[in-house]
Design a protein around this ligand. Structure first.
Ligand SMILES: [Zn+2]
Length: 460
């Protein structure tokens, strides 16, 4: 089915995994708000190279499964989505299942090595009740990752019991961090940590190995996202699972999936999760990480405390003052937490020369006007879609009215402009929390518009 591929170095393995990723991508999980039933469906399709058992139930009775693969002596425990709104690694684990179940694709030697050296124990979606509501905590409002000692959540008890019964050699704690997390002023697309097991952040054999593994993963990611990898906050958290599992003797690695340019659904980072997890497993299987130095862990840049904005417009001259404008975005969920739309808002105003953003637009020398409401009322969204919207944006129109109700969960994905069923009441202005539509002109010609936090530039 596939042409001959030659894999002689780890870098080549990573590149091949990256290049061929689409073959293994679990297509039933295409966005971030999938649910427990989606996981159950894909687990039910797994072949007999896997064993799937119930590890326990969530507060609301959802079955939390453990998937086992391989026959090797080293026991590797990987769990994801302990926080219900952090699904990136769950998707990557599903992709990993596809890869592990494949053959005759050039990766058989790597797969055999993993299968014979390691036994993998996966708990995908440890917090299905949280996932149902796309929220961090469990149904009782407890952050499972602060419940490692008190163990009041059934989900936390499952993780503790599984870890203890396996006496896992390795533990992979898989999370998401906000898009605002940064490293050296850039998005922290992946953050890594070998969590400390005490306040003074000492290094014993267990943590030392985890640090080497972190450095290994860092090295493997560098060709893909140089400058976007950081070390997560390494303060000891006595209630957290990662810190305690390190203390209990399993070499623990935290992976945080973060933001990436124009990757709202984190599908690029999902893909990199797939590559880095396989690269980590390969290194555990061969023992290659032992060659790395613990000291090299400390050379990895640390996450910054600064929030990264989505957009900064610099030197915006409006209402007689010059301001930089920082915009962020929030996601508004529908009733069943399956769909959302994004809403931009002004998060900061003023002299923002010390702030960073995914996108920067320099408004120096441009005149600024509020976006205009188009004077014709369209019958439906589809009628509007058949109009030359870009042409109208170039004339400064940013707001449109349709007679039929416009669904906010679908329309913004189809069109760059604001669409209303009822006329908006007043002109939007530049204020904290606001979401203005703006038109930028040079010599009377529209060069760009801002709509819902996104700049559409017409400069050639
Ligand atoms: Zn988390």
């Amino acid at each position: 089915m596939f042409g001959f591929i030659s894999i002689t170095t780890l870098a080549q393995l990573n590149q091949q995994l990256y290049n061929r990723y689409d073959v293994y991508r679990e297509k039933s999980l295409s966005d971030r708000r999938f649910k427990h039933e989606d996981i159950m469906a894909l687990l039910s399709r797994l072949g007999n190279e896997f064993s799937v058992q119930e590890a326990g139930k969530s507060v609301e009775g959802r079955s939390i499964k453990m998937v086992t693969y391989g026959q090797g002596p080293e026991r590797i425990l990987l769990w994801s989505q302990m926080h219900g709104d952090e699904p990136t690694a769950t998707q990557a684990l599903a992709d990993l299942f596809q890869w592990l179940a494949s053959k005759d694709d050039g990766f058989d030697a790597t797969r055999k090595k993993i299968r014979e050296s390691l036994t993998l124990y996966f708990i995908p979606m440890l917090n299905p009740d949280g996932a149902a509501r796309f929220t961090r905590r469990n149904v009782h409002g407890i952050d499972i990752n602060r419940d490692a000692i008190r163990l009041q959540t059934p989900e936390g008890r499952i993780l503790k019991r599984v870890r203890d019964s396996l006496q896992a050699d390795w533990a992979f704690n898989l999370h998401d961090q906000g898009r605002a997390t940064s490293v050296n002023g850039k998005p922290a697309s992946v953050s890594l940590l070998a969590p400390p097991y005490n306040e003074s952040r000492q290094v014993n054999q267990t943590r030392g190995d985890a640090m080497k593994m972190v450095r290994h993963i860092y090295n493997q990611l560098l060709p893909f996202i140089p400058g976007n990898i950081g070390i997560y906050n390494d303060e000891f958290e006595p209630r957290a699972f990662g810190d305690n599992i390190q203390k209990w003797g399993s070499r623990t690695v935290l992976i945080e999936s973060g933001g990436y340019q124009n990757d709202w659904e984190r599908q690029e980072i999902r893909k990199l999760n797939f590559v880095m997890l396989l690269s980590a497993l390969e290194s555990m299987a061969t023992g290659s990480f032992h060659k790395l130095n613990v000291k090299s862990y400390y050379q990895i840049p640390k996450n910054s405390h600064r929030r990264l904005h989505e957009l900064i417009i610099t030197n915006l001259n409006f209402e007689g003052v010059i301001r930089d404008v920082a915009m962020d975005r929030r996601e508004i969920d529908n009733d069943n937490f399956r769909y959302y739309y994004a809403e931009a808002f002004i998060a900061d105003l003023g002299d923002l020369q010390t702030s960073h953003a995914y996108a920067v637009f320099d408004a120096t020398g441009l005149t600024v006007e509020p976006g205009k409401l188009y004077n014709r009322i369209f019958e439906s969204v589809s009628e509007l879609m058949n109009t030359d919207i870009t042409g109208l944006m170039k004339q400064g129109f940013t707001e449109f009215v349709v007679q039929q109700k416009a669904d906010p969960f679908t329309v913004p994905k189809q069109m760059p402009v604001n669409v209303y069923s009822v006329l908006p009441e007043k002109e939007r202005i530049i204020r904290m929390g606001g979401n203005p539509s703006l038109v930028f002109k040079r010599n009377g010609v529209v060069t760009a518009v801002l709509i819902n936090g996104i700049i559409h530039s017409f400069d050639d």
